[in-house]
Design a protein around this ligand. Structure first.
Ligand code: HSE
Length: 419
């Protein structure tokens, strides 16, 4: 049986997950692939170097692994965009195969990484970077390769989805639920990546690059997180038949791609409505195939390890499917031109004339609200909830500014409405 030696960079949640996954599935993998896999060594932080119980040596110097010519494939599972980038680039320049789960790194440095991949004809795999165990990258590459995907909607961050689900189910506030999410081990080292939408944007950028055959700059993707979503918004949305989800969106409009990450009201009829807790999902639409939903475990040690090991097996079986790669810049629609419907919640005095005023302010802008509802608050205040028709971002910002300028209005919260 052919032995494949692995150099492991990082022995955190995902690194340990891979060690455990390979050991749990060893007999099955050997039987079905004819290969046996061995970890040659792992790079760890100095503080972790005294750990015991591993069948391979722990190193604190990346060069010990990079210079080991007995290693066939490197796995970069430590995250971050500094040392991780250096080791990946060096391994690729040495024409070694690299497997990574590092979404932030690929999203930020796609042109440089893929140039190096192409120049060295190296194998580079990153299924685990988007959606954990869900084969999103593989589906785009090998299943939708003849189908122009006109829309992708994704729930790509388990922590954010867990927070939105748990706040509503358990009537708990954002901070308490975030703390629990961190204890579950899904949150990023810096949870602002999860709740402020950056992690979702990294994954969206990787998917857009593959779907639209080029590279996108993260700076072109408008990113909003979930901190602005209150429990009352989740409840009002539920009353209207919607769930609020942090959605990654990409739509082809003419020769441009409209992309964004936003908390969005998703209607019951959407396949994404019932994606709960830490689950992730990607909903693809193509004119010939209709809607395809892929959903499941988007984070966690073993689900992510399953994607890493799948890449490993694909590599040794010569399925180097991630080339060629175009480095053309993808044309992202400027934010002001983006079109969408909105949910607007206004907090103001409990007074019939205020309600009239809000309606007049909105209608003066030529907007006939699709839905208006009032909710009484305990302190003589009201929430007025408005659903708008599809408008440009420019128009929505104008309306929001007008409402914010009214002296009687104390708060305006705007979220996207799925369409
Ligand atoms: N922090 C990420 C999440 C981990 O919550 O989905 C997987 O990328």
């Amino acid at each position: 049986m052919k032995k494949i030696r692995i150099g492991l960079f990082g022995l955190g949640t995902v690194g340990k997950g891979v060690v455990s996954y390979l050991s749990q599935h060893q007999a099955y993998i050997e039987k079905t692939t004819g290969f046996t896999f061995e970890i040659a060594g792992a790079l760890v932080l100095p503080a972790e170097a005294k750990q015991t119980g591993f069948s391979f040596p722990l190193h604190t110097d990346a060069q010990t692994l990079l210079q080991d010519s007995s290693i066939d494939v490197f796995m970069e599972l430590m995250g971050g965009t500094t040392l991780a980038k250096d080791v990946i680039m060096e391994a690729l320049q040495n024409k070694k195969a690299v497997i990574t789960a590092n979404k932030a790194l690929i999203a930020k440095h796609a042109p440089e990484i893929f140039q190096t991949v192409n120049a060295n004809q190296a194998a580079f795999f990153y299924e685990a970077s988007v959606g954990g165990a869900i084969p999103i990258i593989r589906a785009i590459h090998t299943s939708f390769n003849g189908e122009p995907i006109t829309k992708l909607y994704g729930i790509l961050n388990g922590t954010a989805n867990y927070i939105l689900t748990a706040m509503l189910e358990e009537k708990r506030d954002f901070d308490t639920v975030l703390q629990h999410a961190q204890e579950l081990g899904f949150a990023e080292a810096d949870p602002s990546f999860d709740v402020d939408g950056y992690d979702t944007a990294h994954k969206l950028a990787i998917a857009i690059d593959l779907l639209y055959k080029g590279v996108t700059s993260l700076d072109d993707i408008p990113i909003e997180g979930i901190r602005k979503v209150s429990l009352c918004d989740l409840e009002y949305a539920q009353n209207m038949g919607y769930a609020i989800r942090l959605l990654a969106k990409a739509r082809q409009v003419g020769d441009k791609v409209e992309a964004s990450v936003q908390p969005t009201l998703v209607p019951k009829k959407s396949l994404l409505y019932s994606v709960q807790g830490v689950q992730n999902a990607a909903l693809f639409h193509g004119d010939s195939i209709g809607d395809i939903l892929l959903s499941g475990a988007g984070a966690g040690a073993l689900p992510t390890a399953s994607a890493v090991v799948a890449d490993l097996i694909n590599y040794v079986q010569n399925r180097n499917y991630l080339t060629p790669y175009s480095l053309d810049k993808i044309n992202i629609t400027p934010l002001q031109e983006r079109e969408q419907a909105a949910y607007i919640r206004v907090e103001a005095e409990d007074n019939a004339s205020v309600f009239e005023e809000i309606i007049q302010l909105v209608e003066k802008e030529g907007i006939i609200p699709k839905y208006i509802r009032q909710y009484s608050l305990p302190d003589q205040r009201m929430h007025y909830v408005i659903l708008t028709p599809v408008l440009t971002e420019r128009k929505l910002q104008e309306v929001e500014a007008i409402l914010n300028n009214s002296e009687k209005i104390t708060q305006v919260c705007r979220l996207a409405l799925f369409f």
